[in-house]
Design a protein around this ligand. Structure first.
Ligand code: SF4
Length: 318
């Protein structure tokens, strides 16, 4: 898969140097756990190319190593992602073990995987442990959403949002959080987050009587299936140029990689989930979750690539 563009663009590391910036860790407070690439959907924007045919899933042994690490190091936030983490058989065990170990246990859901009869019991478990749900819901317009996520996904997503609201997630007056994540359907940088949140809240309430807490707007990272689509649709060059010209040095302080460590399905450590997709593991000294005894030290250098431009364009998003 080609990853370069026709006209040479400035490497992200060079852009940092021009601005006399380096990307280094502060205090690491978040553990992100990627349970694998298995998913029931094949979304066009997926930076991991996740899908039903993927076999990379965290083994029960690695899950135990992750739990052991969370007992050694107290992370204030633990963020479970995938693929579709709901499809991983040991998810319930992982949640029960991690919930007492952190202040904020988050889970990324695509909404549709939770609708499967064998996965529905997870809903009560999420409620019992006050799991913070971060749900992909890229658009309030059915054709736009289904162009990204596949036919029939709007109906199944709405069904699950209804169910989550019924349980109290995303409903005012409860402490059950439900946040939505949206991303552009094409090769452009997202619009203003607050304005988009107002529109989503209005549309969801008016059309379907649904509510949620906050909307997060993410740029699509030029990796995985989204990169393949950019190249195949001849949008790669223009998209990268947009990201590069939108570089905003003020975003550096707030980048998630400065305070987060990510563990992949096989236990390998990364500075973030995008580096996992780009196959750029964290620099030594420690490369596997089983060997992580202390949180990474403040000042440690973060591995970067040109996909980092997606985090630093405009207002940034991590
Ligand atoms: S992709 Fe984003 S979060 Fe990851 S290392 Fe680059 S800037 Fe940091």
């Amino acid at each position: 898969m080609p990853t370069s563009v026709d006209n040479e663009l400035t490497a992200f590391s060079d852009t940092l140097a021009v601005h006399a910036l380096t990307l280094r860790r502060t205090r690491t407070t978040t553990l992100q756990i990627n349970l694998g690439h298995l998913c029931d959907l094949t979304c066009r924007h997926c930076h991991l190319s996740a899908g039903p045919g993927r076999t990379e899933v965290m083994s029960p042994e690695t899950i135990q190593e992750v739990i052991a690490c969370a007992r050694r190091i107290r992370f204030s936030t633990i963020d479970i992602t995938g693929g579709a983490p709901e499809l991983v058989p040991n998810l319930a065990e992982l949640i029960e073990a991690l919930a007492p170990l952190t202040n904020r246990l988050m889970l990324r859901t695509n909404l549709t995987a939770l609708g499967h009869p064998t996965r529905r019991p997870l809903l009560q478990l999420f409620k019992q442990h006050r799991v913070i749900l971060i749900a992909s819901f890229p658009a309030t317009n059915s054709s736009q959403l289904e162009a990204q996520r596949g036919a029939g996904v709007m109906a199944s997503s709405l069904e699950m949002l209804k169910e989550l609201n019924r349980l109290g997630f995303g409903v005012e007056g409860t402490d059950l959080e439900l946040h939505l994540v949206a991303n552009p359907s094409g090769a452009f940088i997202p619009a203003d987050q607050e304005q988009a949140e107002r529109k989503f809240k209005r549309d969801l309430a008016r059309k379907w009587g649904l509510s949620f807490n906050q909307l997060f707007l993410f740029s699509n990272a030029p990796l995985g299936r989204f990169l393949a689509w950019l190249i195949q649709s001849n949008n790669h060059q223009a998209y990268m140029e947009k990201l590069v010209s939108g570089f905003n040095p003020c975003t550096i302080d707030g980048l998630m990689c400065r305070s987060l460590i990510s563990v992949g399905w096989d236990g390998t450590l990364y500075d973030c989930d995008f580096n996992l997709a780009a196959n750029l593991p964290k620099k030594s000294p420690v490369s596997h979750i089983r060997d992580l005894v202390d949180p990474p030290s403040p000042g440690e250098e973060i591995v970067v690539g040109d996909h980092c431009y997606a985090c630093t364009a405009g207002a940034g998003f991590t």
